[in-house]
Write a protein that binds this ligand. Structure first.
Ligand SMILES: NC(=O)c1ccc[n+]([C@@H]2O[C@H](COP(=O)([O-])OP(=O)(O)OC[C@H]3O[C@@H](n4cnc5c(N)ncnc54)[C@H](O)[C@@H]3O)[C@@H](O)[C@H]2O)c1
Length: 465
């Protein structure tokens, strides 16, 4: 195995390169714009004609703060161009980044067909030696297998080497994450390839250089760990509810230990998006393939499903029944600050509410109305008007700035199920709203504690665990 190296490999400013970026989604478009910003000359291709058409007209197909300006600057300065033709995109280029989707299949394994197709197309079009860098999230062993696929179609005398450099950006903070990464991971057995790949990134970045399988696993393991942290917070939150104490404070007390950290330690409606659910499933699938147990990841996946259902069952408990109730769902994107609704708790919860007979009206400040499982309201205020209950699934700024008095006056009922923890409970109570949360708010699951020999009794409410 190649020895692992952790350190810095310099520098981008000394080596501006010609780079081809394949896939203009959250990862590819961000990478293309940021690489151009760093001084590289970037050609970005996408196989979706509609998406490419938008980009050629100067429109950005996704919501990502700052991306529009960065793309425009790259195009204006002549360092960023969009095109459909791979051969043209590869001209004078020794390096191509693969940023295509790897969506989950029903087995939990990712669908690598887009990646294989793109690698095959690039290799067939290559007229000189090429480094393919896989930025998509893939199971360990993928880069090695891709290299064999490339070798089948490449022209005689041309060598294609495949490296791994997984992407760690967060949607809604993609640009800052790309330009100031916590670390850059480069997986390749060749030192010259490692230096070339590392030289694309911002100068001074901390680079972890390892073999390809190791680099691929870093991404799966990192996302699985984040998912475990979120699920653990939800488990603690349910204990807090049963104990009648506040999870926000308890988890702050836990997370402020520097060994633990407060990030991703907030209770909520579970994790979602295009990455965490898929990568936990992928991590588990790797274990199954290798015959290695992944008990923590298995339990996390179950816990996350439960976290979403918990919101629905809690509302059913509070309202008595969901049938015929008018419920506003605020938040359809998987988190605040993005329009991405892939595997989103908000969408899942809205669907469950509808299945239970509720009349659901949804609003999200960024997501498309087409993603709404129920009716779409044109504003948060319109969504809550006349509702029996309001469910909040993300900490969008628009929701944080809602005036509880205005919400209370507009609603028919008084139940505010704030799964995202954005509302001030005292301010809501003052205007007659009853706030239920995840590990905070009004109790629905408060238990007598019976630790002999010390015991004391509290009124016991019906369990929703
Ligand atoms: N979205 C994130 O926050 C994030 C973060 C880190 C890693 N990732 C990983 O990065 C990869 C890409 O994710 P994304 O969210 O950017 O996906 P996306 O679906 O937003 O974008 C993928 C793009 O690739 C294009 N494409 C597919 N096949 C192609 C081909 N053969 N040639 C050219 N273009 C092609 C699609 O048209 C699409 O525009 C995934 O593996 C994902 O798991 C995503």
């Amino acid at each position: 195995m190649t020895p692992v190296h952790v350190g810095t490999i310099d520098t981008v400013s000394a080596v501006p390169r010609r780079v081809c970026v394949v896939g203009a989604g959250y990862v590819g478009l961000t990478a293309a714009a940021c690489l151009a910003h760093l001084g590289h000359r970037v050609r970005c291709v996408d196989s979706d004609p509609a998406r490419l058409g938008q980009l050629l007209e100067g429109q950005i197909p996704i919501h990502e703060p700052g991306l529009e300006d960065l793309v425009a600057a790259g195009v204006d300065q002549g360092r960023l161009e969009f095109l459909a033709d791979l051969e043209q995109a590869l001209l004078d280029t020794e390096i191509a980044l693969l940023c295509v989707g790897t969506p989950p299949q029903s087995s939990g394994e990712p669908d690598l067909s887009h990646l294989a197709a793109a690698a095959r197309q690039l290799s067939a079009a290559a007229t000189k030696d090429l480094i393919l860098v896989v930025k998509s999230t893939v199971p360990p062993g993928t880069c090695e297998a891709l290299e064999l696929v490339c070798a089948e179609v490449v022209a005689p005398g041309v060598v294609v080497r495949v490296a791994s450099s997984p992407e760690f950006l967060r949607e809604s903070r993609a640009i800052e994450d790309f330009l100031a990464p916590d670390r850059v991971v480069v997986g390749t057995e060749y030192l010259d390839v490692a230096e070339t790949v590392a030289s694309l990134y911002p100068a001074g970045s901390t680079v972890v250089h390892c073999d390809r399988r190791g680099a691929e696993l870093v991404k799966y393991a990192a996302n699985t760990f984040l998912a475990i942290k979120i699920s653990f917070a939800n488990e603690v939150a349910r204990l807090c509810e049963a104990l009648g104490t506040d999870a926000t404070t308890v988890l702050a007390g836990v997370g402020l230990d520097a060994r633990i950290g407060t990030a991703f330690l907030r209770p909520g409606p579970g994790y979602g998006g295009s990455c965490l659910p898929k990568d936990v499933a992928g991590f588990r699938a790797v274990g199954q393939t290798l015959g290695t147990q992944t008990r923590l990841a298995d339990a996390t996946e179950q816990e996350n499903l439960h976290a979403r259902l918990f919101v629905v069952s809690k509302l059913a408990l509070v309202l008595g029944s969901l049938a015929g109730k008018q419920v506003a769902v605020l938040g359809l994107a998987f988190k605040a600050g993005t329009d991405d609704t892939r595997d989103s708790p908000g969408v899942h919860i809205a669907r469950q509410l509808i299945a239970a007979g509720a009349d659901v009206r949804c609003f999200d400040p960024l997501a498309s109305p087409a993603e709404a499982p129920g009716n779409w309201a044109h504003s948060a205020a319109a969504a809550v008007t006349g509702s029996d209950a309001v469910v909040v699934t993300t900490a969008a700024e628009e929701f944080k700035s809602l005036d509880p008095a205005v919400v209370a006056a507009a609603m028919r009922g008084t139940v505010l199920l704030d799964a995202a923890g954005v509302f001030d409970i005292a301010a809501c109570s003052a205007v007659g709203l009853t706030v239920y949360g995840i590990g905070r708010g009004a109790p629905t699951d408060f238990h007598a504690i019976v630790w002999p020999p010390l015991r004391w009794a509290h009124p016991v409410a019906t369990a929703a665990r």
